[in-house]
Each structure stands twice: as C-alpha cells, then as structure tokens.
Design a protein around this ligand. Structure first.
Ligand code: PEP
Length: 253
C-alpha cells in the first residue's frame, strides 16, 4: 500500500526567523504517525534553519525549486546538490514556475533528472489551466499526461518520484477540484506511468493540490489513486497543517 504524503509548500512566505517559528510549531503540532509522511518546503533561505529545527523529527524538508545544473553562472539559482545538504525532496514544475518563470517541459525534465542525480525525491507537478478544463475532461487528461511524460524522459528510477496533480484553477482560489475530478486525472496519470514504467507505476504516490484544507482532505485521500496532498495556503498555519495531516492519516489507518 502507498503511504499518505502531505507536503506543505510555503512559497515566498516566511522570513528565516518566521520559518524557524513555523517549523518549530509544526514539529510540536504534527503528531508522529506511521500512516503519513510529512514534508515542508520553506523558501531556500530558510532551508538550513528549518532542517535544523526538524532534525530528529518525522517531518522531512523539501526545496521549492532547483536549477538543472550542479553549479555555474546562474545568478540567484540553487542546485539540487546544494539543496540536498538540508532537503530530501524537491518540488519541480509547479504551475507558478511554469507560468511566471516560463519553465518549459524540457527544462522541468532536466530538473527532475537533477533531483534524481543528487538523491532528492522530485515532486513533479502537473495541472491544466481553466481554459483547458473548460474544453472538457478529455482535454485536461491529455494536457496533464503530456506534461507528466514530458517531465520524465531521463528518469531511470520511477520509485523516487512523486506526482502532484494541481489544476491551476484550484490553486489559491478556495475552489478545490471535486474528489471525482481529481481521481479521474490521478487514474489517468497512473495509467500513463504504467505505459512508460510498467508495474512500478503502482508504487508512485500521486498527490492532489489546490485549495486543500482540513475539511476536504479526507475525501481526496479516500480516492483510489490519490495518496496525499500538496498544500499551499493552509500549510502556513501549523494548526491547520497538523489537522490536514491527522485527517489524512485517519483515512488510511
Ligand atoms: C500550491 O501552491 O501548490 C497550492 C496547492 O496552493 P493552495 O493550497 O493555496 O491552493
């Protein structure tokens, strides 16, 4: 059985001091549970502090973005090799990076490979914008499966990868997808993974992201192909985040 995984993406929120406090509150609030993996992704400048605060706890640390190269003349960027001193996961291909920073599928695939090279587990995000969803479920399905497969050409070990289905229209809007829509896409994503990687696809965690909160998480993780969530806004409050983890873990316990 696939474990539940709940990932908090703090985005460009929290100064290092605030990140230290939030990590410490999460450490206190999130109950250790054999039924859920928990990961928090602070801004890069807070990685060292957060990893120190969470060291020895069950909460793992992820980085929100990496460059594809190990080092070089890329002002302002950080590499997977740098992040791995503090993190064990890397979010790759978040829709905000795709849209606001023009990241292509090809660049994203290089980042996935970079994460694998450095021993970080990539969390590859895919999701359709509202105009694709409005064109019909078939369009959304083919849009996200293409994003998924385009992100994985160089992956040799699919067991290190997590996939996050995050419809763009659901992120930060308060309008989560229905569990049925999320399951439909998660099942299509798993089917696409099976086509490329065979039975190993059945071990890949598929998360849902987009306006997840403690009230709706249970119905997502009850779906056959959804194994947790990528949480934005609600991960910035330790109590809300802990409630999401508890509610998710209860479903599978
Ligand atoms: C996200 O940014 O990945 C996200 C899902 O945000 P929110 O939970 O705020 O919708």
């Amino acid at each position: 059985m696939r474990a539940i995984t709940i990932v908090g993406n703090w985005k460009m929120n929290t100064t290092p001091t605030e990140a230290e406090q939030l990590a410490s509150d999460i450490r206190l609030n999130v109950a250790d549970s054999a039924d859920a993996m928990v990961v928090v992704c602070p801004p890069s400048i807070g990685l060292e502090t957060v990893s120190r605060v969470l060291s020895g706890s069950e909460v793992a640390v992820g980085v929100q973005n990496i460059h594809s190269d190990p080092q070089g003349a890329y002002t302002g960027e950080i590499s997977a090799e740098m992040a791995r001193e503090f993190a064990s996961y890397a979010i790759v291909g978040h829709s905000e990076r795709r849209d606001l920073f023009d990241e292509s599928d090809e660049f994203i695939s290089q980042k996935v490979a970079a994460a694998e090279r450095a021993g970080l587990r990539p969390i590859l995000c895919v999701g359709e914008p509202s105009e694709v969803r409005s064109a019909g479920a078939g369009h959304a399905e083919s849009y996200v499966t293409t994003q998924l497969l385009n992100g994985l050409p160089d992956v040799t070990d699919i067991s290190s990868v997590l996939v996050a289905y995050e419809p763009v229209w659901a992120i930060g809007t308060g309008q989560a997808a229905t569990p049925e829509v999320a399951q439909h896409i998660a099942s299509a994503l798993r089917g696409a993974l099976r086509g490329r990687f065979g039975a190993a696809a059945d071990q890949v965690p598929c998360l849902y992201g987009g306006s997840v909160n403690s009230g709706n998480i249970a119905e997502f993780v009850q779906q056959a192909d959804i194994d947790g969530a990528l949480v934005g806004g609600a991960s910035l409050d330790a109590g809300s985040f802990a409630d999401i983890v508890t509610a998710a873990a209860q479903v599978k316990s």
